[in-house]
Design a protein around this ligand. Structure first.
Ligand code: HEM
Ligand SMILES: [Cu+2]
Length: 568
């Protein structure tokens, strides 16, 4: 049974040709993509289960967990979802974006294996260390802010996980290097280029992680006497922010890839899209200061330079992708004869295919909810109203759940059908899973934003109705908590649906010929005009709508800020 999952019809040279993408796929590369992807799904399930406990505690009508176990489970939630689910998927994405897109063998498969074993072992150790945390240690939550001590095994686990990830990324770099040696004058395909930029950002973030966690571990086991809290916060955010930028760059790379193979998109100007990736390379790490805007230890000039000047280089890049990807879909589909009217290219798209709908919802919800709020709260003044409230949690669930997780879910469905060659079970439910999950998650996320901005509900607090030593009254916020609680639980049902369909399809799905589900690109017939001559007026309309929403949200936030003194 297990063996069957790792067999495919490879030729004597160990390669096969994918009937959907036309890629030449190496057996070893494919098997590692499957292993990393499956491990990621296990982390998603564990993190999703912890979401039930976290939600039922914060929804205080239920008030499930005591404070100590709340923080343990919140840490399990953060590390499994934001770190393990994402990073295992991202290594898989590197192997797709490198060796597979280039039609090469996976170089140094031993390194891939060593990296995998280190990552898996440390992920298990970190989970164990978190779940068994008790006083005087503190649950690390995501940030493990020193000098609050956590289990020493936690810090050691983090160091090993970082090393394992770097090792697992090496075969990707070698593949790019070999390609460049062999074809020095050929530029990398866009998806490989995006994966390459992602990998560089990853290495920067991971090095920052070592600089942070090695001294912290030494301090925890008594080799260093003192650790400076302000130093820790500044250094931590190199990896804390950096990992989110890996998520972003990987997600955008997958957007380019899947809108192309599933929707028939064609990038209108590769030069422009590549320049946007380069802008990320130079500017995105600067944004790390936006996590420290309320931090008294940093100079205002440092914060302002980073968050109000440098980071807009990265925002510009995001705006370019946000135009280029839908425009590519519009122009590519028009060129292939799919839809003539303003939005006909969109309505006629394969909406019943969960790979397609997951990616499109991710693009829309990430942009409108995650992107806009990120720019708002990344501004020094507005940050005062957002910082450490639940609105912040709302913002990053819009980015890492509605954005990255949705995209990766679509990718998993894609891999199940094209690499495992299994039909999705429960087809009608599979069809609605992205609608269900993203719809309820978007509602839960919006409620977190409202609860934070309108009522100042704090994040990371098991109980707000009764914060000792204060006489805040949050009773007015209760109706929104009810909507939040119900929507969050339904979103978790959507997550469970994803897990059941994925695992069930692998175990019980019928064998599938992928080109019966995904329309191979060469089968499209269009008007023959080049893509840049196609109209992109539909995308232009979306751009105007986006601008209007941004302006309204911006004005509204400044209005709320101006009324802040009236609180209490
Ligand atoms: C149905 C899905 C999910 C629900 C209902 C949910 C719910 C929540 C809630 C209520 C909190 C806030 C706890 C607090 O501040 O007191 C939280 C925190 C968090 N969630 Fe989720 N979540 C979900 C999925 C995810 C996913 C997929 C990711 C990452 C990819 C994620 C990453 C995080 C992180 C990083 C935190 C913050 C932990 C910290 O404060 O250190 N969540 N989640
Ligand atoms: Cu950040």
């Amino acid at each position: 049974m297990i063996k069957e999952l790792f067999t495919n019809d490879y030729g004597p040279d160990g390669f096969r040709t994918c009937s959907v993408t036309g890629m030449k796929i190496d057996r070893t590369a494919e098997n590692f993509v499957k292993i990393f992807g499956l491990t990621a799904v296990v982390a998603l399930v564990l993190g999703g289960l912890s979401a039930i406990l976290v939600v039922l505690t914060r929804w205080e009508v239920v008030g499930l967990l005591q404070p100590a176990s709340f923080y343990n489970w919140l840490s399990v939630h953060a590390w499994n979802l934001l770190i393990f689910w994402m990073v295992f998927m991202e290594v898989a994405i590197l192997y797709v974006g490198g060796p597979m897109v280039l039609g090469r063998r996976l170089p140094a498969p031993k390194l891939a294996l060593i990296g995998y074993v280190l990552m898996l072992g440390s992920a298990v150790a970190i989970n164990w260390a978190i779940m068994t945390t008790s006083a005087p240690d503190h649950a690390p939550v995501l940030t493990s802010y020193a000098p609050l001590p956590s289990s020493e095994w936690f810090y050691l686990g983090v160091i090993v996980f970082i090393l394992g990830t770097v090792i697992a990324a090496l075969p990707f770099f070698v593949a790019i290097w070999q390609e460049k040696i062999q074809h020095p004058n050929k530029s990398l395909p866009l998806v490989a280029f995006g994966a390459f930029i992602t990998a560089i950002i990853a290495v920067e973030a991971l090095l920052g992680g070592l600089i942070t966690y090695v001294p912290t571990y030494m301090w925890r086991i008594g080799l260093l006497e003192h650790i400076d809290a302000a130093w820790y916060r500044q250094m931590y955010w190199i990896i804390g922010h950096g990992t989110q930028q890996i998520n972003l760059a990987a997600m955008i790379t997958v957007w380019y890839f899947l809108t192309h193979v599933v929707g028939g998109a064609e990038v209108v100007s590769e030069k422009v899209s590549r320049s946007a990736f380069i802008l990320y390379l130079f500017f995105i790490n600067m944004g790390a200061a936006h996590h420290l805007m309320a931090d008294p230890a940093l100079a205002a000039s440092w914060k302002v330079w980073n968050t109000s000047y440098a980071v807009y280089g990265a925002v510009l890049a995001s705006m370019i992708h946000a135009f280029a990807i839908p425009a590519g879909l519009e122009a590519g589909r028009r060129k292939r004869g799919a839809g003539k009217s303003l939005f006909g290219w969109l309505w006629s798209a394969p909406w019943s295919n969960p790979v397609f709908s997951a990616v499109i919802f991710s693009i829309v919800l990430f942009g409108f909810m995650g992107g806009i709020t990120g720019v708002l709260m990344g501004q020094m003044q507005l940050n005062l109203a957002w910082h450490n409230t639940w609105a912040t949690v709302g913002h990053f669930h819009a980015t890492v759940v509605l954005g990255t997780t949705m995209t990766f879910m679509g990718l998993v469905f894609f891999v199940i059908q094209t690499m495992f060659k299994k039909e999705l079970i429960l087809a009608p439910l599979a069809r609605i899973q992205p609608w269900f999950y993203s719809g309820f998650m978007a509602l839960a996320t919006l409620m977190m934003m409202y609860l934070g901005i309108l009522y100042g509900i704090p994040r990371r607090h098991p109980s707000v109705m009764n914060i000792p030593g204060t006489d805040f009254n949050f009773a007015a916020a209760e109706p929104l908590f009810v909507i939040f609680g119900i929507a969050a639980l339904l979103a978790i049902v959507g997550g469970i649906l994803f897990a059941v369909i994925s695992v069930g399809s692998l175990l019980f799905g019928r064998k599938l010929e992928p080109s019966t589900v995904f329309r191979p690109l060469h089968s499209w017939h269009g008007d023959g005009n080049p893509v840049h001559l196609q109209s992109m007026r539909g995308t232009f309309m979306f751009t105007l709508i986006f601008l209007a929403v941004f302006v309204i949200a911006y004005i509204l936030n400044w209005y709320l800020l101006s009324r802040l003194w009236e609180i209490g």
